[in-house]
Design a protein around this ligand. Structure first.
Ligand code: ADP
Length: 470
């Protein structure tokens, strides 16, 4: 079995193994190591043991390790991308983009040092701010972006001096295992440990007394379990949870152009993005035209195995999600009008036709809940006040987009949307220096940016009197 765990600097077999399914075929194509609870324990012990020496390195020393890791991943870029498509389903060019993004994250955060800062220096004394590492950090990642979301945690986690135990989702473990194999030759033993489970060890990580922080990306439902289980140890948490982002189209847009952009915002990665456009609001005057345009785009989209040239939309990542999305579609068919799609593709694998639903009420599950798949409801609105109220009437608050020729109008609305990010005339632009995170039940804390980096540190204040004769 070529896909191992990484524990204490060694690639090891699991106590058992895990079958990995290619979502484009629905068939097992690989097996990988699956950790026992004992192996998780060994990983935590190793990370704890490695922590003092890793934390004691200078920033330039840790930077060198991270840059070597980036270089080694880059050397196997196409292997990573192909493996990502095979386990996750996304079209190969998108997988390649994800790998490049992950490498870029390593390089970006490797360069950032957080030296002691002087916050105040007056006649009364000096106040200094020190950022210290937390200890062992547990990183739990989901199956939609297994490489990007892993490295966006590892890069800031390691550069700030923490050691880590990382755990991918059971349906996409291979790219994380490959990262472990690469890291094994580069990082000191115990600094980075890779544990693979069958959805049974996440709770052990979040409750573990020797894990100081958990950075979690996943569903809101699981995020609530994480929060509850972290309470006993007052663990630091970063929770990147679900979203139900609205795309608000204003009445001044070029319909063809914006329909295309909004369609991509909703269907990229088969709609399996926490920050995907999950409900589209169009002014009533152009509602029919927008729906027709989106419907055409859905019909034209090339849905196929992500490894094949020309594929625009791959399969849904796993069977459970496939069935869940088909469930949303079934209910939505009864509650609205299908403009395009509305069913699975008649072939093996977890393929669903891109689906556009119109004339559906605000309280329909497809509108209120997170569908996380290639099906989008389109809703008509009458006034800006009306649409802002409906958009904000949600337990989620992750992102959102506004589409208009008038940036000032867009900004006015953006200022009133209750979410962690709002894009105007663009989508999913997340440079490494820009934090993103959720409002409301979409989570708390953030990733990326200097704010995201600081979440891997303890803020410590040193307050010194000027007069040494106390
Ligand atoms: P899904 O419901 O689509 O499987 P999750 O949010 O449950 O998505 O999965 C995201 C990550 O959380 C995965 O790595 C998964 O193994 C992990 N996970 C599942 N259950 C728990 C739990 N109780 N505590 C911590 N992590 C968990």
């Amino acid at each position: 079995m070529p896909y191992h765990l990484l524990i204490d600097g060694k690639l090891v077999d699991g106590a058992s193994s895990l079958d990995v399914i290619n979502p484009a075929t629905g068939q097992v194509f690989e097996t990988c190591a699956r950790a026992s609870e004992k192996q998780l324990e060994e990983a935590v012990v190793a990370a704890k043991r490695a922590f003092p020496a890793w934390a004691a390195l200078s920033h330039p020393q840790r930077r060198t390790y991270l840059l070597k890791l980036a270089e080694a991943i880059e050397a196997r870029h196409s292997e990573f991308a192909t493996l990502l498509t095979r386990e996750q389903g996304k079209p190969l060019p998108h997988a390649a983009g994800e790998v490049s993004y992950a490498i870029g994250a390593l390089r970006h955060f490797a360069d950032i040092d957080l030296p002691v800062q002087t916050r105040r220096d007056t006649a009364d004394g000096r106040v200094l701010e020190q950022r210290t590492p937390l200890g062992v950090v547990g990183a739990i990642t989901p199956w939609n972006f297994p490489v990007a979301l892993l490295l966006i945690k590892i890069a800031p986690g390691l550069i700030t001096g923490n050691t880590m135990v990382v755990k991918p989702a059971p349906t996409t473990p291979l790219t994380t295992a490959l990262l472990g194999e690469i890291a094994c030759d580069i990082l000191p033993p115990g600094v980075l440990n890779v544990i693979i489970d069958a959805n049974d060890l996440g709770g052990k990580i979040t409750a573990h007394p020797d894990i100081a922080k958990v950075t979690f990306t996943g569903s809101s439902a699981t995020g609530k379990h994480v929060m509850a289980s972290a309470a006993d140890t007052v663990k630091r948490l970063t929770l990147e949870l679900g979203g139900n982002d609205a795309a608000i189209i204003l009445d001044d847009v070029d319909i063809k152009d914006v329909a295309h952009k909004v369609f991509t915002a909703g269907m990229l990665n088969s709609g399996q993005i926490c920050l995907a456009a999950k409900r589209i609001y169009a002014p009533r005057a152009i509602y029919d035209e927008i729906c027709d345009e989106l419907g055409q785009l859905a019909q034209q989209a090339v849905v196929n195995d992500g490894l094949l040239d020309g594929t625009e939309i791959g399969p849904v990542q796993n069977k459970q999600q496939y069935e869940k999305v088909l469930g949303f579609i079934k209910t939505a068919r009864e509650q609205g009008t299908v403009v395009a799609g509305g069913e699975a593709l008649p072939q093996d694998g977890y393929f669903i036709k891109p689906t556009i639903i119109r004339d559906i009420a605000d309280d329909a599950p497809l509108v209120r809940e997170e569908q996380f798949g290639p099906v989008i409801p389109v809703l008509a609105y009458d006034t800006i006040e009306d649409v802002i109220e409906r958009v904000n009437n949600s337990d989620f608050g992750l992102g959102g987009t506004i589409w208009t020729k008038n940036v000032d109008r867009g900004l006015d609305i953006a200022l009133r949307i209750q979410s962690g990010t709002v894009w105007v005339n663009k989508h999913l632009d997340i440079p490494y220096d820009t934090p993103y995170g959720g409002a409301k039940q979409s989570g708390f804390g953030c990733e990326s940016g200097i704010e995201g980096l600081k979440e891997f540190t303890q803020l410590k204040i040193i307050n010194i009197a000027t007069n040494a004769t106390a």
